[in-house]
Design a protein around this ligand. Sequence first.
Ligand code: GDP
Length: 191
Amino acid sequence: ANNAGGVGTISNENSGTDLKNLRVKLVLLGDSGVGKSCIVLRFVRGQFDPTSKVTVGASFLSQTLALEDSTTVKFEIWDTAGQERYAALAPLYYRGAGAAIVVYDITSSESFNKAQYWVKELQKHGSPDMIMALVGNKADLHDNRSVSSQDAQEYAERNTMFFIETSAKTADNINQLFEEIAKRLPRPTPS
Ligand code: GDP
């Protein structure tokens, strides 16, 4: 499918071989600078490369993850860069999304407040059975932490999200984040 903005799309698909191949549209939300692009690039390319920003408007990257039960999940990841400037596109971002990642930076309580705004937006526009993850990124900068894990965990529970702290820089918990989403996705019932 073409992306909405007519900008570059990079695909990095592994070919799924097995019977149970799931596909999910995943949207990324969060304040600018919290590390959304770096999380995606770490997951898709296995690199931490803050200089290679590929997202403009509504492009997406895709990556397939193989789970232990031989299910594969193809993530179509929409990095909603510039989402506030493109408010009119919001319905397009949320439409058909089966999962969402709301990111904040553990060293910025402002970004945590902003995350809560995005959670409300998701609750307003998204499908009620969407899998939602609250992600505290830049966990490597724990010496400058200003959002406690406990506060974030409690907030996540109140909003039926799961919570995880990651570092796109060290790769800590990045795969786990996507695996947790994959595990929670509804499985098609056999006919
Ligand atoms: P986005 O605007 O949310 O997409 O944020 P970016 O992915 O562009 O990252 C913003 C800045 O944060 C860049 O300078 C990255 O180098 C830095 N960054 C991203 N993730 C991490 C992380 O896990 N740890 C550290 N220390 N810096 C990070």
